[in-house]
Design a protein around this ligand. Structure first.
Ligand code: AMP
Length: 288
């Protein structure tokens, strides 16, 4: 189905609520929608040994949060790279200068200083609306082309990040996925993951075609170490605590939409219908 109006979407939900499942289904149904995951972008930087990757490696390993300014620049770079952010009405001019920093000793030494990491990031990005040296934020534009549609995953995680994101990317739909705690807890026990891709299965409602094997690669599935009740309870409480201000932030902007269901299959049709209604897909909705 075709999107007719740029969709800039975030899914928020407790661990285990099925964000991954709903994302996959949305991406499958709307091919123009891109998936932007802050965790994936960070892991890519770690893997390719960029100054940013070297700097944040231990934070990610320890499960801490990467500082807001770095993560924000990373997202802005990605949007610029894709040609979705314009500066002074033009797409950003990309240079390959960062390549010289992206490996070896240069990257190691750049990672040692905040200035080095910032220099690495700014080589690829449009100026930050908050940079004192940049033009005003009005000069940084956002493409409204339907092809500049994306689903943000893992970002923003806090109300502070959301407020900073507002300055560069006004999100136009925030979906809050809701399933009762007891229901999620019961099904956590049946969860299996394919680690390399992140694909998630469940014995009861999303079973792999061959038990214990990934549908796409045939590789073995594993249990996540944190899929125990005690660990889940702690993660759920943490989520409730951090997501409340984030949800409030978007509720005040009028872009929050809540959907409830006992399973992913119950939620999906409601989500698809809402998505279509808002982003005007289908030839029959020409007037949207
Ligand atoms: P994820 O794949 O979303 O679980 O992210 C993996 C790790 O990357 C997290 O544990 C954090 O260390 C870091 N990370 C990802 N997104 C963010 C974010 N929005 N803010 C801060 N750190 C993040």
């Amino acid at each position: 189905m075709r999107i007719r109006k740029a969709a800039r979407v975030i899914l928020i939900g407790a661990p285990g609520v099925g964000k991954g499942t709903q994302s996959e289904r949305l991406l499958g149904r709307f091919p123009q929608l891109a998936h932007l995951s802050s965790g994936d972008l960070l892991r890519h930087n770690v893997k390719t040994r960029t100054p940013l990757g070297i700097k944040v490696e231990s934070t990610i390993k320890n499960g801490g949060l990467v500082p807001d300014d770095l993560i924000l620049r990373l997202i802005r770079n990605e949007l610029s790279t894709r040609g979705w952010l314009t500066h002074n009405g033009r797409p950003p001019i990309m240079t390959l200068a960062s390549a010289g920093l992206s490996s070896g000793a240069d990257a190691e030494s750049a990672a040692d200083s905040d200035a080095g990491v910032a220099a690495f990031l700014s080589q690829q990005s449009t100026p930050s609306p908050t940079d004192s040296t940049s033009a005003s934020s009005s000069a940084t534009g956002l493409s409204s082309d339907p092809s500049a549609s994306f689903l943000l995953d893992g970002f923003p995680r806090t109300a502070g990040q959301a407020a900073q994101l507002d300055a560069i990317v006004p999100i136009n739909l925030v979906v809050s996925l809701k399933t009762p705690f007891s229901v999620i807890l019961a099904r956590i026990g049946g969860r299996w993951v394919h680690e390399p891709s992140g694909r998630v299965y469940n014995e009861t409602f999303n079973a792999p075609k061959v038990p214990g094997r990934d549908d796409v690669t045939g590789e073995p599935l594993v249990r996540r170490a944190d899929d125990s009740e005690a660990v889940y309870r702690a993660r759920f409480e943490k989520f409730e605590e951090t997501s409340a201000p984030l949800l409030d932030h978007y509720a005040r902007q009028g872009v929050l939409w809540e959907v409830e269901g006992m399973s992913s299959d119950e939620i999906t049709p409601k989500l698809m219908a809402e998505f279509e209604r808002r982003f005007c897909t289908g030839a029959e909705k020409e007037d949207c």
